[in-house]
Design a protein. Structure first.
Length: 249
């Protein structure tokens, strides 16, 4: 059985780890787990994602993150996250700008266990130099037609924290509504922690394909309301006032 208390799951997170989280900007961030991580005093984390928002901004505000790689860090109509921007301007964190397509290529490569994935759309971008220096992209000649192609190194986070609608004690998890990149993140990460609004019996998944299979999951934590103040499809809406208070105070 993989169902554990929050405190047990927190022990899986080490200072300096590279993490990714579920959802995007205002949707289905694993906030209960992030709040617990902050109380535990975890520091010096790396963070990789395509379109993070509230979860990352809170972690930066609390001094938990040192390295960020993302394509689009956004609080949508609130604008550029203030703590994220301030931390970069002050040199408190390093930021490697990605693109949505390249991130997807990297996380897909990680999810299927191959060392890289080719893309073309970033050719000509100044990001090429930054990523070649960091070792995350490499420009080569296509062995079939000789044209240039960019290889995106597989993204393999140390930890993925995924908040879902329901999970069973074995680790099978179900997400309703938009899944975003969460299935790829779970398959790519070395360790996966699932937090769930509801814990269901093992029979629930008989004849039903889980969004995330138990094979990939290390621990399951029961966390009702675990995405608040971000939104949870069909269960609760985004609380914009609470988000503003959380991030601006």
């Amino acid at each position: 059985m993989k169902l554990v208390k929050m405190e047990e799951a927190l022990e899986l997170v080490e200072d300096g780890s590279t993490v990714t989280i579920s959802g995007i900007s205002f949707s289905r961030n694993p906030m209960a787990f992030i709040f617990a991580l902050e109380r535990r005093g975890v520091r010096d984390l790396g963070f990789v994602d395509r379109e993070p928002g509230v979860g990352l901004e809170y972690m930066i505000k609390k001094g938990m993150v040192k390295r960020v790689r993302a394509a689009m860090v956004s609080l949508e109509w609130f604008g550029i996250p203030m703590n994220f921007r301030r931390a970069i301007e002050r040199g408190e964190i390093t930021f490697l700008e990605d693109t949505c397509g390249a991130f997807m290529a990297g996380i897909r490569a990680g999810s299927i266990g191959v060392p890289f994935m080719p893309v073309r759309g970033v050719l000509g971008s100044d990001l090429i130099k930054l990523h070649e220096e960091s070792g995350s992209w490499k420009v080569i000649r296509d062995p079939f037609d000789g044209d240039e192609v960019v290889l995106v190194k597989a993204i393999v986070p140390d930890l993925a924290i995924i908040h879902c609608h329901r999970a069973d004690p074995l680790g099978n998890a179900e997400i309703e509504g938009p899944v975003y990149e969460d299935e790829f993140k779970a398959k790519a990460a070395k360790t996966v922690i699932v937090t769930a609004e509801e814990i269901v019996d093992e029979d629930y998944f008989k004849g039903k394909r889980p969004t995330i299979h138990s094979t990939y999951v290390k621990a399951v934590v029961h966390a009702p309301g675990g995405a608040k103040p971000t939104g949870m499809f069909r269960l609760y809406d985004v609380d914009y006032d609470a988000i503003w208070d959380l991030l601006s105070s």
